[in-house]
Write a protein that binds this ligand. Structure first.
Ligand code: AMP
Ligand code: MG
Length: 462
């Protein structure tokens, strides 16, 4: 493995991480390598890539660390989390700039608590497939560079499972919880260094904590609006899983909705529906308030800082509303305005009433078959006439509304088959999800699940 390493995080104050090499695995066997992405990163792999992507060999120039962070988990403060099953190998500098290269499932670290630091096929292939699908949908996200089977058996509630490691890449791994970790320890020196690092990685135009916060809030609002536009439910929007650069991170019990239910949750641990589809904007704003609080020690005048930061966080709602309006206006082929808003509301209400499939409905607007999904609704004829009268750019809708998303029942089937040793479904889904706006020629990948196939719950399954 050859790469142009340049490890800026490992040069930060030492309390921000622990030096930690990945723990070697028994028998690394490559499952998939993302060669296109490797090219984008300027990384050259040889036939022995699985050894590097499992952590058994370390590329020259890497400087592996495990990062410190804290977080609010379901609203409860946890002062110490950190990379318990991940190792940041370092940062590479390639044609597209600076990227973190991280191995997840790389063994125990100083932050592992009672965990084994490992991952099994399920979460690894899930994250690989869904993060790459998000990227193909044009939604900011961490990426997947490789997945490797470890040849080891992992013990989980479900029983013994085959182990795997995913290599993910990201514009950084700086979370709201990273700022919280140092704020909670009154470590202004580390907080300052982290702010500079985060600005350098994400918002070069920002010069102050205030400007950084404004940019982070705006990007987060933009991101959540995009999630809403594809029916994505993250499932664990804890502050340690909330990225300050406005990218999707940490694919746990996440899911795409089939039938449209405005307050849908899938995650088995989200019993109160804190992270339900329709709560995502509120919870993202709450996370931004935690970021603001963590940045306060960096302001010269605390009272003035509170006033100013409160205003910035309160601005989340307006930014989100206009991003959301823009996303959904595009989805129905119109420009955002009051009439468009009413059409979007009307459409979503009918979909919710009928329990229509979110993805199929929007796609059907593009293909002129929307009546087959909503035609029985009493408001449909009227809505359709108003939509047509508004002059939608129907020809462009296929570029906006995907025909294929990683549906839960297919993801679950893919994992079951992979555990049984068959990776065909993984590869077929992965291929189809690369071009979500093209017509997909595998009906099974497009269709909503049959009643027996519906997945009602998803699990963290680390
Ligand atoms: P997450 O599921 O990504 O929100 O993880 C929450 C915290 O639990 C993080 O600090 C992880 O590093 C840690 N964690 C999750 N799974 C494991 C594991 N198998 N071994 C050690 N730590 C883990
Ligand atoms: Mg996490």
């Amino acid at each position: 493995m050859l790469a142009n390493w340049d490890n800026s995080y490992a040069a930060l104050p030492p309390q921000m991480f622990t030096r930690q090499s990945p723990v070697a695995v028994a028998a690394p066997q490559g499952l998939i390598l993302n060669s296109e992405h490797a090219d984008e990163l300027g990384i050259i792999f040889d036939d022995d890539w699985p050894a590097f992507m499992a952590g058994n060999q370390i590329s020259q120039g890497a400087d592996p660390i495990a990062q410190a962070y804290a977080g609010h988990q379901f609203g409860h403060w946890n002062p110490q989390l950190g990379d318990g099953r991940a190792v940041l190998l370092g940062e590479v500098f390639g044609p597209q700039g600076r990227f973190d290269i991280q191995l997840k499932g790389a063994g125990r670290t100083a932050w592992s608590r009672n965990g084994d630091g490992r991952a099994w096929y399920g979460p690894v292939l899930r994250e690989y497939l869904i993060s790459e699908a998000m990227h193909a949908l044009g939604i900011p996200t961490t990426r997947a560079l490789a997945a490797v089977a470890t040849g080891e058996t992992i013990l989980r509630e479900q029983g013994p499972l085959p182990g795997a490691v995913i290599c993910r890449t990201a514009s950084s791994h700086i979370r709201v919880g990273t700022f919280q970790y140092f704020a909670a320890r009154d470590d202004t020196l580390a907080l300052e260094a982290l702010l500079h690092q985060a600005i350098a990685r994400h918002y070069r135009e920002a010069q102050t904590a205030e400007q950084f916060l404004s940019a982070a809030v705006a990007e987060q609002a933009r991101l959540i609006a995009q999630w809403m536009g594809v029916g994505f439910i993250h499932g664990v929007m804890n502050t340690d899983n909330s990225h300050v650069g406005g990218i999707t991170i940490d694919y746990g019990p996440c899911a795409f909705m089939d039938d449209f239910v405005p307050m849908k949750t899938f995650s088995s641990i989200d019993r109160q529906g804190r992270y339900a589809y329709g709560n995502q904007p509120n919870l993202a704003a709450w996370n931004m308030a935690q970021l603001a609080t963590a940045l306060l020690p960096l302001t010269e005048d605390r009272d003035a800082g509170i006033t100013c930061f409160t205003e910035i966080v309160q601005g989340f709602g307006d930014i989100f509303d206009s991003e959301y309006a823009a996303v959904f206006a595009r989805k129905i082929g119109l420009t955002p305005n009051q009439e468009t808003d009413a059409l979007i509301d009307g459409l979503l209400k009918m979909m919710a009433n009928i329990g229509a499939d979110f993805t199929l409905c929007f796609r059907a607007l593009a293909t002129g078959k929307i009546h087959t999904h909503l035609g029985t609704h009493p408001d449909f004829a009227n809505w359709h006439a108003n939509w047509q009268a508004a002059g939608p750019a129907q020809g462009e809708l296929e570029q906006v509304n995907p025909s294929i998303i990683p549906r839960n029942h297919l993801v679950e089937a893919m994992i079951a088959e992979a555990v049984a040793g068959d990776m065909q479904l993984f590869h077929a889904l992965h291929r189809a999800l690369k071009t979500p706006f093209l017509r997909c020629d595998t009906p099974r990948f497009i269709a909503a699940p049959s009643p027996q196939e519906i997945v009602k719950q998803t699990f963290c399954g680390t």
